[in-house]
Design a protein around this ligand. Sequence first.
Ligand code: MRU
Length: 356
Amino acid sequence: MLPTIEWKDDVVVMIDQRKLPASEVYVTCKTAKDVAKAITTMVIRGAPAIGVAAAMGIALGMRRSSATGTKQYTTEFQKICDLMAGTRPTAVNLFWAIERMKRVFAEAAQAGGSVSEITLRLEREALTIHDEDVASCKSMGAHGATLVPHSANVLTHCNAGALATAGYGTALGVIRAAVEQGKKVAVLADETRPFLQGARLTAWELINDGIDTTVITDNMAGTMMRQGHVDLVVVGADRIAANGDVANKVGTYAVAVLAKAHGIPFYVAAPLSTVDLNTPDGSRIPIEERNEREVTHLGSSRLTPGGARIRNPAFDVTPAEYVTAIVTERGIARAPYEESLAQLASAPVSSSVARS
Ligand code: MRU
């Protein structure tokens, strides 16, 4: 599997997800501004990957700093954090990563670190965030695979795979782990209008891994369930509120309602960096409204007549009552989520891994 994002000496390299699957092109970011632009324009997307990119962008920006004194250096740091925070509003991993970089900065500065020492600490932290993300996807996969029967048809929405993380994936990590255990898994990938993350990215990843994949348009999910072609649903998340409400790619809510109507388990796989205990419920999650061109056009072809109003909310919120379980790197949370998520978030890593 190709790396989603890599720190290479003094640049950050990302696979351009807008170009997949037609071509494998890499974008080299030399400055924090380049990284911010890559996040905003969807070169890199997916909640955990956005968090990793922001951390690397901050480290890169500070490496480029010409500040000699800590005062100017601190001002630049704050500006770069603000730049990253303004890229995309829904995925909480972005803000989680920025806060982590801020903590490291404050600790290093308080300890009397020089500009170059603080720069090195920030770089190390960004790489740690990257590596931890891969490890937590692997752990999530191991926990989540216990929910997958020996032979299963699994429906997923959007792309919660290696491309949406530092590697391996959340929802697709669960599928990968089940396949690695020898389970027979066939995946139904929702195409995921309007940006087609399912048709383009999920299908590309799974096919590359030799996993049985069928792409369907979003409006086919109901009939597939009714005809008995879906045993379980697993999706990722951009932000999970303290009560278990889940913000994920628009269309996820409809899939969850359909799953409940057909008695099909609906699982969410996400690292604890996606769980936002400061947001009490889904109504408080900011939903990004993206450019209407994503809806009106397919490539350069216009689909809609001029004059029609367009809406393009990139995410929706699935109420916790539709969520059968939430798979995290520390174990599986079930309702009541206020308790189970808080417990997992505060549990020491070693003991919590034994929970599921
Ligand atoms: O707009 P995107 O492509 O960044 O949205 C991505 C999703 O909604 C994913 O399902 C979510 O981030 C989970 S990724 C592991």
